[in-house]
Design a protein around this ligand. Structure first.
Ligand code: PMP
Length: 328
């Protein structure tokens, strides 16, 4: 285990074997336990990577304000690292995310701005709002997680090598969903360099355009999803670096069934994107049943970050979410 300041203990997360789904598929399915990072998600890595790069390039000095538009986890990661390193944070978020994320950000002392959710083309989108706020504020740094490739680079430098070492180089497949693309780009780039035969699967929620983009070259989407932090309708600088073999779409009912299954059978309380990732990994295991493949995916954050929604039967009913048994 690592010892040190908050910045020094980001990453180095355990690789948890998901026994129930490994047994069901005759493969070995592992989840990288990113919810164990200090800020509670995979985005602590991106936050640290962007802050370290900005410090190195002279864009940040003590007391400066880090500005970012985020679905929440990057904001929490930035606020966690910023508090420890002596920066302020101004975080812009859409106002339809789980309450727990706003509460966590306020507890960390950030200035929080919320905006109505809207398409990216609208100037009021959280991304453009954050950019404008940063432009107006002196002594500020706009992290810009979508286009700032310090995001993918930290996954290339840390998450990829950790997975390689933890599987003793025997990893056969990597499965992940995409928000900015940082995780997918950094990890897939590293693992493909190590082993060209590795299979990289992108798991896309409904309402996201990546599935269509990878199949047809055009961004198009149908439906919608309650998942938070994943799905995108444009090509980011981070995602451009990704090496993806195949994309699959996962429905919210498959995601929520996996989320409840993992809680009940594996003692894993994971968030919506993690559950979606695990479903796509399980599906890959079923397609390769009995072949003993080692499949790695990402447990991006914890179910506790969405507790007020995910374990509220009224919420599930309102969103038409049905929990069904995953394995027979
Ligand atoms: N899961 C969750 C819960 C997230 O918040 C994010 C980032 N927005 C992701 C997955 C996707 O990670 P990335 O930005 O590296 O694609």
């Amino acid at each position: 285990m690592k010892t040190g300041s908050v910045s020094q203990v980001v990453g180095g997360t355990p690789l948890v074997k998901i026994k129930s789904l490994s047994d069901a598929t005759g493969c070995e399915i592992f989840g990288k336990a990113e919810f164990l990072n200090p800020g509670g998600s995979v985005k602590d890595r991106a936050a640290l990577g962007m802050i370290l790069r900005a410090e190195k390039e002279g864009h940040l000095k003590p007391g400066d304000t880090i500005v970012e538009g985020t679905a929440g986890n990057t904001g929490i990661g930035l606020a966690t690292v910023a508090a420890q390193r002596g920066y302020q944070c101004l975080i812009v978020m859409p106002n339809n995310q789980a309450q727990e994320k706003y509460d966590t950000l306020r507890a960390l002392g950030v200035e929080l701005v919320t905006v109505d959710p809207c398409p990216f083309a609208n100037e009021n989108h959280f991304y453009h709002t954050a950019r404008r706020r940063a432009e107006k504020l002196s002594n500020s740094f706009w992290a810009n997680q979508f286009e700032n490739t310090a995001n993918a680079d930290i996954h290339y430098q840390t998450t990829g090598p950790e997975i390689w070492e933890q599987t003793l180089g025997e990893v056969d497949a990597f499965v992940a969903s995409v928000g900015t693309g940082g995780t997918m780009a950094g990890v897939s780039r590293y693992l493909k360099e190590k082993k060209t035969s590795i299979h990289i699967r992108l798991a896309d929620p409904m309402g996201s355009g990546l599935y269509s983009y990878l199949k047809t070259g055009k961004f198009a989407s149908s439906g919608s999803s309650v998942t938070e932090g994943i799905g995108i309708m444009r090509l980011t600088e981070n995602f451009k670096q990704a090496k993806v073999d195949e994309a699959v779409q996962v429905s919210d009912n498959e995601m929520i069934s996996t989320l409840y299954h993992l809680a009940k059978h594996d003692g894993l309380l994971v968030g919506t994107s993690a559950a979606l990732n695990v479903f796509a990994a399980y599906q890959y295991g079923m397609e390769n049943k009995g072949k003993g493949r080692k499949i790695v995916t990402v447990l991006c954050d914890s179910a506790l970050r969405y507790q007020s929604r995910l374990f509220d039967s009224q919420y599930l009913q309102d969103k038409n979410l049905k929990v069904s048994p995953l394995t027979s």
